[in-house]
Design a protein around this ligand. Structure first.
Ligand code: GLN
Length: 281
């Protein structure tokens, strides 16, 4: 039997080679094994977990040491102060994506009744967060993956969200021909040959949610093109993209005749979201 303090020291050493947040990872996994909050570890460093808990902790550590992302071990990730269930069927929510939420909320007054479409919702973070923050808006969220849709539905139920509905759809193909005031998407945008796909957490994430043809731009192009048939006059399209895709994405918005095209910077100073407005001629 080992104390919490000693289990954490050994675990952090074990993970040091494979994770740059080894100590934090060890704490999170021990909390999971003990079914406790992190404050418990600080309050009771000399407590000795029982053998079942210790074995569970060691199993989680093994998974982490092999590279499995923490969120896929715990099954949850926080986004915009809410917990979202995640599995390897969906991307792990990133802080970068909070930028697109901020931009949408700026466009939508608190009592807005706008119709919003979230394309490629994954675990549902964008659609569900907007639905929760703007309760009079109607949100449709889509994904090609049925497994993703069922996770997003679970997350919507957990957060008691009623103003959202889900569609299985290959981008816009099965979306009802409604007129949306805002269309938003965090599509796959990493180039197929990008080395990051073979490193770190990305190795465990669904490749169809991460990477696209044409240097990562093929799905972005499909969305920019087809969204024109689904936007209200002056409706907004907002797309998350790679840090090095600003000009390519702006050019696509221009090619498809959007107006008021702007790219916004994320918290780490990278161009991350481009938006434009659709004005039919
Ligand atoms: N931002 C993610 C990354 O670079 C990619 C997310 C996506 O493809 N939509 O890891």
């Amino acid at each position: 039997m080992a104390s919490i303090k000693n289990l954490l020291i050994d675990a952090a050493n074990l993970l040091a080679g494979s994770s740059d947040s080894a100590h934090l990872d060890a704490e999170i996994l021990l909390c999971l094994a003990l079914n406790r909050q992190r404050s418990y570890l600080r309050a009771w460093p000399d407590n000795e977990p029982n053998i079942t808990q210790e074995n569970l902790f060691k199993d989680y550590l093994k998974e982490r040491a092999h590279g499995k992302p923490i969120a896929y071990i715990t099954g949850y990730k926080e986004f915009w102060s809410r917990d979202f269930k995640v599995t390897s069927d969906v991307l792990i929510p990133r802080p970068d994506t909070e930028l697109i939420i901020e931009l949408c909320l700026d466009l939508l007054p608190i009592h807005s009744t706008a119709k919003i479409l979230d394309l490629g919702t994954g675990s549902g973070i964008i659609g569900i967060t907007l639905a929760a923050e703007r309760q009079h808006c109607q949100i449709i969220a889509s994904d090609f993956s049925l497994a993703a849709i069922s996770i997003a539905k679970f997350n919507a139920q957990t957060h008691h969200i009623n103003n959202i509905s889900f569609y299985q759809s290959d981008w816009l193909t099965k979306i009802p021909k409604d007129q949306f005031d805002v269309i938003v998407s965090n599509p796959p945008y990493i180039a197929k040959d990008d080395v990051h796909l073979t490193q770190g957490d990305l190795r465990y994430e669904p490749i169809s949610a991460l990477s696209a043809n044409e240097s990562g731009l093929s799905d972005i192009k499909t969305i920019i093109n087809h969204a024109r048939n689904y936007l209200t006059p002056n409706g907004h399209l907002l797309i998350e993209h790679g840090y090095n895709q600003k000009y390519a994405v702006q050019n696509l918005f221009k090619d498809f005749k959007y107006q008021h095209i702007h790219t916004l910077i994320d918290l780490s100073g990278q161009p991350r979201v481009t938006r434009g407005q659709w004005q039919p001629h």
